[in-house]
Design a protein around this ligand. Sequence first.
Ligand SMILES: O=C(O)CCC(=O)C(=O)O
Ligand SMILES: [Fe+2]
Length: 225
Amino acid sequence: MARVPPAPDGLFERPRRVVAPGAVHVPRWLSVERRRALVSACREWARGPVPLRRTVLPGGGVMSVRTVCLGWHWQPYRYARTADDVNGARVAAFPAWLGDLGRAAVAEAYGDAGAAEAFAPDTALINFYEDTARMGMHQDKEERSDAPVVSLSIGAACVFRFGNTQGRGRPWTDVELASGDLFVFGGPSRSAFHGVPKVYAGSADPAAGMRAGRLNLTLRETGLS
Ligand SMILES: O=C(O)CCC(=O)C(=O)O
Ligand SMILES: [Fe+2]
């Protein structure tokens, strides 16, 4: 297992990059204040009403990431208001301020005020990765909306593998997502396969309140009511 952390901040410039049409990586978008506020909000949400837990897949496999949802609860492979595969509780509300952050993210990534204004996320999936956690290649496809997915990363850096819409295999692009990075995928990239094959052990963001591990939030429109 590679344990070499990415280059320290500031050593190399990480430019903003269009990875595929509609898929934009904006390094270090979140300020340290914003990262700290998100980390403490996630700590609260991880306590309940639905606790942070490993999702059990229909075949019996258990995901290595631990997840908690806001607004709508995702379980393989549908959304519901209640976490029927955990404790039956209704998930915490999706807060208005997180919707504002999502719209700012779309504006930043696409430079399109109309697209930003139209973005109305109603769910967040919050994933916590220990250094050994991974996420296999998948599509985010339970949403009934063409709206983009906004992804925010805090803590340890990872390899985010961004593939194609046809299948799990190549071609793909490996992107390093580090603390504070924004990644938005929409338009022709909305249903691209993607995953996290590696977290860089030893990279952390103590200033944001993360001594170890990686936090990722995806803000999405479910298209459900
Ligand atoms: O952790 C990430 O960067 C991606 C998470 C993801 O793909 C998901 O929650 O569906
Ligand atoms: Fe995903």
